[in-house]
Design a protein around this ligand. Sequence first.
Ligand SMILES: [Zn+2]
Length: 232
Amino acid sequence: MSRQTSHRAVVLASGGLDSTVAAAVARRDGYDLYLLTIAYRQRHAVEIERAGQVAAALDAQQHLVVDVDLRAIGGSALTGDLPVPKNRPELDRGQGIPITYVPGRNLIFLSLAAAHAEVLGASVIYFGANVLDYSGYPDCRLEFIRAFEVAVQAGTKAGAEGKRIEVRTPLLALTKAEIIQLGMTLNVPFHLTHSCYDPVGSVACGQCDSCLIRKEGFAKAGVVDPIPYALP
Ligand SMILES: [Zn+2]
């Protein structure tokens, strides 16, 4: 199969629910999938293994894992020794920038995705960022995404040659329940996806913000969450 490189999409794939739905959207849109996972030495390294399984399930052309040690920089509950908050009520989750924010993470991830896209000749990056259910991460906002596209255009060979690299965020304004419903229509392998910030072995804790948001989303969508939890 010799498809044009313009049919290639880089998908930032964390092995999580949102990025897996974003990958399924890219496939629906007719792209050949090039999944990119950043192993940033996060607590929840089980995600990296799951991302590989998701890549296989979605018939990706490639799954590239790049190591970037964000633990060396720290400053987050996901990369440092700070505890991950558990069982926070919804009101608290909506307040401020949480300790699970990883400094510069999406800026770094998108930069790597843009570099990968430039090498592949891909014209588009799919990114499963989401602002509604996600508790105030500034690097998930549309103004950041648009500014990043401008930076890529100004600062890459692709941009200098007039080749635009677009960042698509199909889940940005959806609720978790809507993301799950969209995923259902695209046959997303939810059983492979991992959302927990602080898993017990490879099993989701059931109590961190991410587990709570996931569980609420499945309940609101009226869909059974196929993954087990350490605590219900
Ligand atoms: Zn959890």
